[in-house]
Design a binder for this molecule. Structure first.
Ligand code: DC
Length: 225
């Protein structure tokens, strides 16, 4: 099957397996994979370490100014600040607990979107996030909106974290992802929403192979290939 030069935008709720699916797609089709959530998590780690978050309060003007100095980028094996790999730190519960309020800030969204759009010209890109199909690449040729049962999602995320050596309880993960869903869908700037032309994928009872077959069917139909 010859896949055309397109951008595939994958949006959806937390822990629906967007990034795992996007990585498999990238591998199968020879596309570049970009994890937009990792950049929001990277900014959050930077804000925590720089002391810009105090409890519930974020020093927005100071963080905004500091973003000029933040060298956040994708490296060979994940996300980096300068030379430092931050892949493990950005997956911690501490970062997960603070990332949604950080991602509501328009200054942060502009910063991340600028980085993401640099990759758009290349096409053959699969990107996952919350607003890729609505805001970052509204002209993406293929948009998928992923959803799944919340408990299934919490169990998957807990397994993923345990595999990385992070001990968690499913109840805590469930509470965190429900809170993030709420904040992500209700923020003023670029909320999580299905683009009108996105196709819904509910993968509560689908494995990765089934999802890939489903996607190939969609592509074959839509692009006549
Ligand atoms: O996909 P993730 O769980 O790694 O994303 C982390 C957070 O980043 C998520 O709670 C919301 C935010 N995010 C966003 O607002 N917009 C995106 N395009 C991607 C992520």
């Amino acid at each position: 099957m010859h896949i055309p030069d397109i951008i595939i935008a994958i949006d959806g709720y937390s822990s629906t397996g967007k990034s795992s699916f996007a990585k498999i797609i990238a591998n199968e089709f020879g596309f570049l994979y970009l994890d937009s959530g990792a950049l929001y998590r990277g900014v959050t780690l930077f804000a925590i370490e720089g002391g810009y978050i105090d409890g519930e309060t974020i020093d927005i003007p100071a963080l905004d100014k500091a973003l000029d100095t933040l060298d956040l980028h994708f490296g060979e094996d994940g996300t980096y600040i300068g030379e430092r790999s931050i892949e493990k730190e950005i997956r911690s519960m501490e970062v997960a607990g603070k990332v949604s309020p950080i991602a509501t800030l328009s200054q942060v969204r502009d910063f991340v979107n600028r980085k993401l759009r640099e990759f758009g010209d290349a096409k053959r890109v699969v990107m996952d996030g919350r607003d890729i199909g609505t805001t970052v690449f509204p002209d993406a040729e293929l948009k998928i909106f992923m959803t799944a049962d919340p408990l299934v999602r919490a169990e998957r995320r807990a397994d993923e974290m345990r595999a990385k050596g992070i001990e968690v309880r499913v109840e805590d993960v469930l509470a965190n992802l429900q809170e993030r869903d709420y904040i992500d869908s209700h923020r003023d700037v670029s909320p999580l929403a299905k683009a009108d032309d996105a196709i819904v994928l509910d993968n509560s009872h689908m494995n990765m192979q089934q999802q890939l077959e489903w996607l190939k069917g969609i592509i074959a139909d839509k692009f006549d290939c």
